[in-house]
Design a protein around this ligand. Structure first.
Ligand code: FAD
Length: 515
């Protein structure tokens, strides 16, 4: 098998591998799953971003962890073959691709693990790294009335894909990101070793893999913390004209104890116009809700702010009890009273809310168009400057999709993971979720993202990219800052030849890692 791989790599370039060579590879690897090559690796050279496309040597659909370990081991015996785990390919910048390398389709392993556990009275579920969060949600709620505590806004993402970044949504202020809500992982390292790790067992690998951008290992199983699932959610949107009031209220809510705040807190910026995508019509939650711009003060600027909150409740709760709880929480907030929108939806429907956006966007052809998205963590100390220049000037007409902004608390993130954050306890996630038709505008928008980052650097803002994308080692070093040395040490221990996740462009495939 190793000889066969060596021959493929030395004698030919990736595009010219005849199919029968890959079949030989398949046979020698002795996989339970399958290998696809030639014209049928289609899914592996695309991602949601639609900005990059590179051809792998082969797409492997493993049947389980053993297959994955075999593939990584085989790659480690060659001089330059790389391996990319592909979750659901919802990266923006080719992070799950492998140019001339082996792409492992993690989705084919989704059924391998789904096992509930109770440890010391707490509930957990063991799930596959390739499982979609939306399936984890549906199964946990319907079978056990339990659910994970921390989510992403959109759930057609894999467990391994989000854990390799962080996994952030409106519950993170209370429970931390998804990386703070797992207690054990099974990982295939870059040496092809299958390792179970946790806070107390192989802890360097456990914390390193969380937020590790796929650099240290392929997550094949995760143990996720569960809580009782509520039945229903009161979903509310509140409009603000002043950024200072919006951030004051958002920060107030995320710093209150459970029971003294909402269960979900997010927010977004929208343009003060009737633009159907970027303006007032983007705020109401229901077609029956009317956004009456007459309620916006004359003094309002080019952009407005919307605080989005949600409160969980049970079917057995009386409507008046829910109303009272909501009123008590809202009475301390300074939104425009006549621009409040609310809806009662089931908990599952609430968590799957972006699925509806997806269906709509697919119907009008926007889902498959390029998405030059930009996600940034910005510290509280820099957020007012960011608003003044970026939202109010550069992006005052919107980005053709949501411009999210909401506060998070550093103390809910474990500093032992590989995630990097700005300084200070309160920081904001800003997500510019651009939906654009194909064409020259895409380059312009990518250039605008660069301009925003350049401006942040020039003004000395305290920020870090989320779902980072850099081309040079120097930029990556700057990104990791004082965590770079630890990250390189972990890489050296667990993927010394830099076989894994080449699409992140952090390390070059080699035999020795150079710091
Ligand atoms: P992929 O894109 O397939 O992979 C991402 C990276 O992780 C690659 O480097 C890949 O090699 C590596 N990887 C994949 N699987 C594994 C594994 N099992 N083990 C190790 N490494 C692996 N993020 C948020 O935090 N919050 C949100 O609310 C949110 N909403 C989103 C909405 C949409 C519509 C989209 C497109 C993205 C959103 N994201 C959000 C970003 C998302 O979390 C990341 O893009 C994530 O990487 C996507 O998961 P995936 O399964 O598609 O991973």
């Amino acid at each position: 098998m190793i000889a066969c791989l060596g021959r493929i790599v030395q004698d030919t370039d990736a595009d010219s591998i005849p199919d029968d060579d890959v079949s030989t590879l398949s046979e020698s690897l002795d996989l339970q799953g399958t290998i696809e090559s030639g014209g049928i690796t289609g899914v592996a050279d695309k991602d949601f971003g639609g900005l990059y496309s590179v051809k792998p040597l082969a797409l492997i659909k493993p049947s389980g962890t053993e297959d994955i370990a075999r593939v990584v081991k085989a790659a480690s015996q060659t001089s330059h073959l790389t391996v990319a785990a592909r979750g659901n390919g919802h990266s923006i910048n080719g992070q799950a691709m492998a140019d001339g390398g082996l792409v492992i389709d993690m989705r084919s392993t989704e059924e391998n693990h789904f096992k509930p556990l109770t440890i010391d009275g707490s509930h957990y579920i063991d799930v596959s790294g390739g499982a979609l969060w939306e399936d984890v949600l549906r199964r946990c709620v319907s079978m056990f009335r339990l659910a994970p505590r921390s989510w992403t806004d959109y759930l057609s993402l894999t467990v391994g894909g989000t854990l390799s970044n962080a996994g952030v949504s409106g519950q993170a202020f209370r429970f931390g990101p998804q990386t703070s809500n797992v207690t054990e992982l099974e990982v295939v390292t870059g040496k092809g070793e299958i390792t179970v790790c946790s806070e107390t067992q192989n802890s360097e690998l456990f914390f390193g893999a969380l937020g590790g951008l796929g650099q240290l290992g392929i997550i094949t199983r995760a143990r996720v913390k569960l809580q009782q699932a509520p039945d229903m959610v009161r979903w509310i949107r509140l409009v603000y004209t002043e950024f200072e009031e919006f951030t004051r209220d958002a920060e107030f809510l995320v710093t209150q104890e459970e029971g003294e705040s909402f269960d979900y807190v997010e927010g977004f910026v929208f343009s003060n116009s009737d633009d159907p995508i970027n303006g007032w019509p983007s705020v109401p939650l229901d077609p029956d809700h009317e956004f009456n711009p007459a309620h916006i003060p004359q003094t309002a600027s080019s952009v407005l702010y919307c605080l989005e909150v949600a409160l969980h409740y049970r079917n057995s709760d009386r409507p008046s009890t829910v109303d009272t709880a909501v009123s008590r929480l809202l009475e301390r907030l300074g939104f425009i009273q006549l621009l409040k929108f609310q809806l009662n939806v089931s908990y599952v429907e609430f968590l799957l809310r972006v699925k509806q956006v997806e269906e709509h966007a697919k119907a009008n052809g926007n889902w498959d168009s390029p998405h030059p998205w930009l996600n940034i963590f910005i510290s509280k100390s820099s957020i007012v400057d960011f608003d003044r220049t970026v939202f109010r000037k550069m992006l005052k007409d919107g980005v053709g999709g949501p411009m999210l902004i909401y506060p998070l608390l550093r103390s809910k993130w474990d500093s032992r993971t590989s995630v990097v954050l700005p300084e200070g306890e309160i920081f904001y996630i800003v997500a510019l979720l651009r939906f654009v038709p194909k064409g020259p505008t895409v380059e312009k928008l990518v250039a605008q993202n660069h301009e925003i980052i350049k401006w942040c650097n020039k003004e000395g803002l305290d920020f870090k990219l989320y779902l980072p994308h850099y081309q040079s080692k120097e930029d990556w070093k700057r990104h990791f800052g004082n965590q770079w040395t630890r990250f390189v040490e972990r890489k050296t221990s667990f993927d010394p030849m830099a076989i894994l996740a080449p699409g992140q462009k952090i390390f070059k495939r080699t035999h020795i890692i150079k710091p």
